[in-house]
Design a protein around this ligand. Sequence first.
Ligand SMILES: Cc1ncc(COP(=O)(O)O)c(C=O)c1O
Length: 413
Amino acid sequence: MSLKLPMYMDHAATTPCDPRVVEAMLPYFTETFGNPGSRNHSFGWESEEAVDKARRQVADLIGADRKEIVFTSGSTESNNIAIKGAANMYQKAPAGSGECRGHIITANIEHKAVLDPCKRLQKEGFEVTYLEPGPDGVFTKEMVENAMRDDTILVTLLWANNEIGTVNEIPEIGKLCHDKGVIFHTDATQWVGKMPTDVNEANVDLLSLSGHKMYGPKGVGALYVRRRRPRVRLVPITEGGGQERGYRSGTLNVTGIVGLGAAAEIAKNEMAADADRLLKFRNKMETEITKQLDTVQINGHADRRLPHMTNISFGFVEGESLMMACKDIAMSSGSACTSASLEPSYVLKGLGIGDDLAHSSLRLSFGRWTTEEEVDYAIKTIVEAVNKLRVLSPLYDMHKEGIDISKIEWAAH
Ligand SMILES: Cc1ncc(COP(=O)(O)O)c(C=O)c1O
């Protein structure tokens, strides 16, 4: 079978919608289009029934009760509702009192959808500790325990990191938080739908998930809000019609929610097989690339990583040239575009990786329809591109001659 180019290897950015999901959604655009909030006619009841079914499907995926699911527009909104809502509910001192309103623990390599709400809360009188990872990128219970204070009210940490796929010690950190009476939120956007999740076993109080990372539609997600032991309450960040227990006012995105529910059910049934298959691809890619090229580095913990993605740094190549040379493969680089320049990824920098190596890093993430043939093509393309670029690199020549590049004193003119 011939390969279809360009090929998609960026499933951590977003996934295609599963055709079964699209099929489930279609009737809700034109036939069953009622507002689930319309309580006095059958159009509304039918939509409400569809939303209820989806709520059960999402709850089943994460071991929750369906009453604990709040539908949102995605993980960014879920994170904002959870973090700002919990901080304001469990504050130790009121706004404007001049006292610390409460202490929050997060990490400096979280997604911006966690970091920015935390920064906002800092401006509003909360104190935030940003944990720094070791070179393996994993956050442990011990790290969180060491940062706990008497006035800690909230811990928010990724379940799995979106750039390097590292998996934090979520059940252990959750247990610690429960023992200390601290609310625990996890942004599980990259984890849920890929790996088995049980909010009770993991001692999670608040969990964010997103449809478009698990073969569902974009613009829909959910927040899990624990109702028992402890019963978590949040101050809403938006006000209006009071939908979703008042936590997320606004007419429900019924088609999106139906799609999220269908995606959740498919994921529950198929994630184990997907993960097994994709882990083999990832291992093949990492083995082949490290065998065929020197001076490459796999980023993040060797084992505590999501099975379907890898993040690799290539020494002695320029990141943008590498991406250009691999145009047929849709993947992410270790550079983030800001308005004026290319910034090295703050996640990779957070692991202690230098700017050059961060720039020349690639994140490849496989998905439900990735084939071995595609993986083989990607390996070949990347290896050839790196070899070609290194032929042009005097620094690589010097490195091959045994010169330690970091010790060179460059003449300034
Ligand atoms: C870890 C993580 N959190 C949050 C988000 C944002 O999710 P959404 O696009 O659903 O708002 C993403 C998506 O890139 C993510 O990877």
